[in-house]
Design a protein around this ligand. Structure first.
Ligand code: SF4
Length: 210
């Protein structure tokens, strides 16, 4: 089977399984999403969603967050792990948004990536979610699935996989596919117990065939 056939089968299957997949992080304002995505590194959206409502209720504006004591932010972020570093990044993001970007989240990728704790993946998620700018950032789920389905090589880094997926998935589907692939990895093709016996594309999968 060709790569085009495989990708078309995967995309159809994702439409069947997760037709309305979308970002699962809670946020009301653009800067809240920036903070939530930064906080989600190496943890689950669910655990981030457990702390951000507390944080944003206690400190409801960028100015409030700017004035908040670092120790208090650390205390609120404690349950999500790496909290000292994440609290430091949060304070840095808030300061930069106020001082460098006049309280407005920039849409430019390079500018976003100057914010502490914001790398290529985080910037891509923010641009797609807030500005609807097509992007297909690769997280741990998308990395795993792409390798299982032979869309990427075993040693590929997320940035290599992002480049490969962007070549084979039409640009108008990048944002949707990003969310659908994450849902597929989170709820179906999980790291430890994928539902292989129910999977309609298992004939494409090295994880099933090996
Ligand atoms: S066969 Fe299993 S590991 Fe492979 S894509 Fe399907 S659920 Fe994932």
């Amino acid at each position: 089977m060709t790569m085009t056939t495989n990708i078309n089968r995967l995309l159809s299957y994702l439409d069947e399984l997760f037709p309305t997949a979308k970002c699962e992080l809670f946020y009301n304002r653009d800067y809240e999403l920036v903070i939530a995505v930064m906080l989600s590194a190496q943890t689950t959206d669910k655990s981030v969603n457990a702390v951000t409502p507390i944080l944003f209720e206690k400190y409801p504006s960028l100015d409030d967050l700017n004035k908040a004591p670092l120790e208090d932010i650390e205390e609120i972020l404690k349950p999500i792990g790496l909290y000292k570093n994440k609290a430091k990044n949060l304070k840095g993001i808030v300061k930069d948004l106020i001082e460098k970007f006049n309280y407005i989240v920039p849409s430019d990728k390079e500018q976003l990536m100057t914010l502490p704790g914001v790398g290529n993946k985080t910037a891509g998620v923010i641009r797609a979610e807030i500005f609807q700018i097509p992007d297909l950032p690769v997280d741990t789920h998308i990395l795993r699935i792409s390798k299982r389905l032979k869309l990427a090589k075993k040693d590929d880094e997320p940035i290599d996989v992002e480049r490969k997926l962007k070549k084979i998935i039409p640009e108008e589907r990048w944002i949707k596919s990003h969310h659908q692939l994450i849902h597929f990895g989170r709820y179906f093709c999980t790291a430890r117990s994928p539902q292989c016996e129910n999977c309609k594309i298992r004939d494409m999968c090295i994880n099933y065939l090996k």
